[in-house]
Ligand binder design. Structure first.
Ligand code: F6P
Length: 572
């Protein structure tokens, strides 16, 4: 069990950790993966797969492309260019059954407290449940509360968009600065960037996350405080970076507006922690709430999406939620063979655990999605970057790969060299839209051709024979040879819209869920980020005090603190 200290960020409903408190009762899906028959059989298939390659697999089965393609909700997932065959896929489905993925999924949708380490339900799916649906936590239907908050967000967003929310000096607000970090930033930034073409271009949207003051400075240096609203977004309202930036924002705002009463017109909060919001000085009438059953990295469709709603308007926000919900329903009701999140997850398990690929690149061929990979980094790595099973024992298998990526075609001129010819294959998810948001000349066809060329080149490479046949001299041939056999998925989606964005995000959310269920980790806590925070709090006075501190760290940390203090003109 985690220590009491590590719980400083938790809201009050969190299980109190102490050495005496009883361990949570483990559900039936807990159990060692190593005992799974399918897992063992997959290990045997992996040896077979070592000797096979995509050239042969495609040559042997002319229908492979169609066999390993699934289509739903305007998303066509072609996973045929992964090094596996039908027998392997069958075993992956059996693995999902043995790991009781659907039972766990249903428990999540029922509002059971599957985040056992924090004694919480996991109900981001309730955030997009249509009015009238019933989802209960501790016997209480949470859907009406979700819609009550959505209604308040809508009223507020409409006022801002109509320029009817006036600042303290009577000028309409037209600059919105979201202050938050992690799940309270990455989702809002990613969604704003993705949906920019649906946004009100008369509003200036800015996002401040880093405790590095340069971030705040750059986000505000050209703004007029009289026309600027800060949305302080923090689930806990205790996060060091966010609270530091929020205090700086208040000072910045008051420098122009002078009167503390102006805070009510220029600050709103999005949080689960009303007490801390009030303590900060924001009127709780200007607070948009959410609940402990929404994880930070699953919160962009809660009130954390307030800046998104302001930017794109309540109708587009509703479309976004509808897209999420469509994917939820698809995940909940579709058999594994056609279930997009399930397929993406299982192929990922194959690549991670049986092909030992340590990273995954997500490569959207759509510039509007240029923050999508960064968003997925938190979603996947904070959820499944774990080494402890539900029962507290260590995992004996690899869990989350490192997620990274940049939009295409930019990445092609940066890191694709390594993906094509490096020593460690990187499974890639390529994302392409059939229709561009802006159809400019030949751009979209070029973009599409590039994606298709990349997946082809990665899968089939270029042999030495082919290179020599082109007249390349023998000494140069090895350099121009491409090994191929590099796994890729191609997600071909109809068009980028708020609804499609919702579907894509939910697709990855549920992929993460399935993988966490198979790896038997809790995908909904994040104790791993706590230690660094605790140590930082200890070091803050040591670097900033005017008197020389007594340092009791290791020799490297002590020396670095001393060096920094000297550079800042402080006594050592
Ligand atoms: O540092 C980890 C984390 O707790 C994330 O899970 C979360 O999204 C982020 O910090 C921000 O937390 P909060 O919304 O409470 O400020």
């Amino acid at each position: 069990m985690p220590t009491g200290k590590a719980r400083t960020k938790s809201t009050p409903t969190t299980r109190t950790a102490s050495t005496e408190s009883a361990a949570p009762k483990l559900p039936s899906w807990n159990g060692s993966l190593l005992k799974s028959k399918a897992w063992k059989a997959l290990g045997t298939r992996a040896k077979v797969a070592k000797a096979s390659d995509l050239r042969t697999l495609f040559a042997k089965d002319k229908k492979r492309g169609a066999t390993f393609t699934a289509e739903a909700l305007g998303i066509r997932l072609d996973y045929s260019k992964n090094v596996f065959d039908s027998a392997t896929l069958k075993l992956l489905f059996t693995l999902a059954k043995e790991r009781k993925v659907t039972a766990k999924r249903d428990a999540m949708f029922r509002g059971e407290k599957i985040n056992m380490m924090e004694d919480r339900a996991v109900l981001h799916v309730a955030l997009r449940a249509p009015k009238g649906s019933v989802i209960k936590v501790d016997g209480v239907d949470v859907v009406p509360a979700v819609h009550e908050v959505l209604g308040r967000m809508e009223g507020f967003a409409k006022k801002i968009r109509a320029r009817k929310w006036l600042g303290f000096t009577g000028k309409p607000i037209k600059n919105i600065v979201n202050i938050g970090i992690g799940g309270s930033d990455l989702g809002p930034v990613m969604a704003f960037e993705a949906l920019k073409s649906f946004s009100d271009r008369g509003l200036t949207m800015r996002f401040v996350s880093n405790v590095d003051g340069n971030d705040f400075f750059e986000a505000t240096q050209d703004l007029n405080a009289e026309e600027t609203l800060f949305v302080v977004s923090s689930k806990t309202f205790t996060t060091l970076e966010t609270m530091t930036n929020a205090r700086t924002a208040r000072e910045w705002s008051l420098k122009t507006l002078k009167d503390p009463k102006s805070v009510a017109r220029h600050f709103v909060a999005v949080s689960t922690n009303a007490e801390k919001v009030a303590e900060f000085g924001i009127d709780t009438a200007n607070m948009f709430g959410f609940w402990d059953w929404v994880g930070g990295r699953y919160s962009m469709d809660s009130a954390i999406g307030l800046s998104t709603m302001i930017a794109v308007g309540p109708k587009h926000f509703a479309e976004l939620l509808a897209g999420f919900h469509e994917m939820d329903e698809h995940f909940r009701t579709t058999p594994a063979e056609h279930n997009l999140p399930m397929l993406l997850a299982l192929v990922g398990i194959w690549n991670r655990n049986f092909r030992q690929h340590a990273t995954v690149a997500v490569l959207p061929y759509c510039h509007y999605l240029h923050r999508f990979s960064a968003y997925l980094q938190q979603l996947e790595m904070e959820s499944n970057g774990k080494q402890t099973q539900l029962d507290g024992s260590p995992v004996a298998w690899d869990t989350c790969p490192a997620i990274w990526g940049e939009p295409g075609t930019n990445g092609q001129h940066a890191f694709y060299q390594m993906i094509h010819q490096g020593t460690s294959p990187v499974p890639c998810d390529f994302i392409l839209f059939e229709k561009p948001v802006h159809d400019l000349g030949a751009h979209q066809d070029m973009l599409a051709s590039n994606v298709l060329a990349q997946t082809e080149a990665l899968a089939f490479g270029k042999t030495r024979g082919e290179v020599l046949a082109e007249g390349v001299p023998a000494w140069l041939a090895p350099h121009k040879t491409f090994p191929g056999n590099r796994p890729t998925n191609l997600l071909l989606c109809t068009a980028l819209s708020p609804r499609m964005l919702g579907k894509l995000i939910a697709l990855y959310e549920h992929k993460v869920f399935v993988q966490g269920a198979i790896w038997n980790v809790n995908s909904f806590d994040q104790w791993g980020v706590e230690l660094g925070k605790v140590l930082a709090n200890r070091i803050i006075p040591e670097v900033s005090s005017s008197a020389a501190p007594k340092l009791a760290h290791d020799s490297s940390t002590n020396a670095a603190i001393g060096h920094y203090r000297k550079a800042r003109g402080r006594a050592n």
